[in-house]
Design a binder for this molecule. Structure first.
Ligand code: GLU
Length: 411
């Protein structure tokens, strides 16, 4: 099943409970705009290479399109459509006034120099600038993109349209970014974990956590989980995995990753096969925090964690979702669990539009309130309707997006 089909599967499951008409189902399974551009880049050595860039705008019923840009060799039109749709539902679940979009470039940025990545980013903006904008579509960081990329996008877009800090979020704090944005997704994942355990009558203190992925989302989630009293017993990334039943030192693990480029070889624990990290015994919480499609029908039966908190977008295939539900594993779905990032993106956009800055405490408090409220909302629906948290999150999101769409008119 393709990524977009997987997202639509979850959408249809909730749509069926809501008895949405086939024409409305079709409407929300069809992105409003799909842009594909050729990006020709002059390499440092004078060679010329052409890459493919994408921006998919799924739905803007509730506000301007919103969503990240990823630079990865696996970026393709299907995946971007899936991720754009997830953004529509995510912004609705967490209740920020945006629609959903996603974009990316099919490239392994590790094979490019920083100057090449900058030129590629600027060429991309030249190709999509007329479909993005502070009131139209607002990109943000995603896999392999961060504050520096957003600074280039802000700069290139502003050359064409005049000073426009609100065209992109996740910018450096020194350049119209928001305090707390970089850590926001991981902070939100930690809050989601605390809430999920609390609702199950369990305490975060002493809970054991395995993290699959240790980039922006995984590393900040790890830090906040440890601050809350959890014990991070396993960390894995694309280079390998490490385990220590007594708890890994997250700060030291991060220092190792910064120095060597990956968790492999970190001496704070024992080396582990990446695939085995998901299946560890005596792990209470599993946090997939990297790429999509990692929890599948091949490993879902062997996962021992009782709670899965989806830091990544689309980490669980529908087959795995069904198996985990049947086994009673509590899945905290991506469209809620990793919504902390887009929530603080919203705060950044508001600060940009108001030309005013908030303190880090203000941002963090507002984020916490949104995450807790989001959890309470989906938990209540899940309990009332006797559905999974994922289906509950889609029910809430479709209800909000559908209502806005009907109020505005369908076309
Ligand atoms: N890329 C992040 C996500 O998938 C953040 C999107 C945003 O801030 O617009 O939620």
């Amino acid at each position: 099943m393709s990524s977009f089909e997987a997202t639509n599967h979850y959408f249809r499951k909730a749509a069926a409970i809501m008895q949405l008409s086939p024409s409305i189902v079709e409407h929300f399974q069809t992105p409003q705009r799909e842009v594909k551009v050729g990006l020709t880049l002059e390499m440092d050595n004078g060679d010329v290479r052409t890459f493919h860039g994408f921006r998919v705008q799924h739905d803007n019923s509730r506000g301007p399109y919103k969503g990240g840009l990823r630079y990865h060799p696996h970026v393709d039109p299907d995946e971007v459509k899936s991720l754009a749709s997830l953004m529509t539902w995510k912004t609705a679940v967490i209740d920020v006034p945006f629609g959903g979009a996603k974009g990316g470039i099919t490239v392994d940025p590790k094979t490019l120099s920083p100057a090449e990545v900058e030129r590629l980013t600027r060429v991309f903006v030249d190709k999509i600038h007329d479909v993005i904008g502070p009131q139209q579509d607002i990109p943000a960081p995603d896999v392999n993109t961060g504050a520096q990329h957003m600074a280039w996008i802000y700069d290139q877009y502003s050359k064409l349209h005049g000073h426009s800090p609100g065209v992109v979020t996740g910018k450096p704090v020194e350049l119209y970014g928001s305090l707390g944005r970089e850590a926001a997704t991981g902070r939100g994942v930690a809050i989601a974990t605390v809430e999920a355990l609390r609702m199950q009558g369990k305490d975060i203190k002493g809970a054991t956590v395995a993290l699959q992925g240790f980039g922006n989302v995984g590393s900040f989630a790890a830090r906040f989980l440890v601050d809350a009293g959890a014990v991070v017993t396993a960390i894995g990334d694309h280079t390998g995995a490490v385990r220590n039943v007594h708890g890994l030192d997250v700060g030291k693990a991060l220092a190792h990753v910064r120095k060597t480029g990956g968790i492999k070889g970190f001496d704070g624990g024992d080396a582990l096969k990446s695939a085995d990290l998901m299946l560890l015994e005596s792990v209470d919480v599993l946090v997939p925090a990297a790429l999509g499609g990692v929890i599948t029908r091949d490993n879902a039966r062997d996962i021992r964690a009782s709670v899965i908190v989806e830091g990544a977008n689309g980490p669980t295939t529908p087959e795995a979702d069904a198996i985990l539900d049947e086994r009673g594993v509590l899945q905290v779905p991506d469209i809620y669990a990793n919504a902390g990032g887009v929530t603080v993106s919203y705060f950044e956009w508001v600060q940009n539009l108001q030309q005013f800055t908030w303190t880090e405490d203000e941002v963090n408090e507002k984020l916490k309130a949104k995450m807790i409220r989001g959890f309470e909302t989906i938990w209540k629906v899940a309990t009332e309707k006797k559905v999974s948290l994922r289906t509950a999150a889609f029910l809430v999101a479709i209800g909000r997006v559908g209502k806005a769409r009907v109020l505005r008119g369908l076309s």
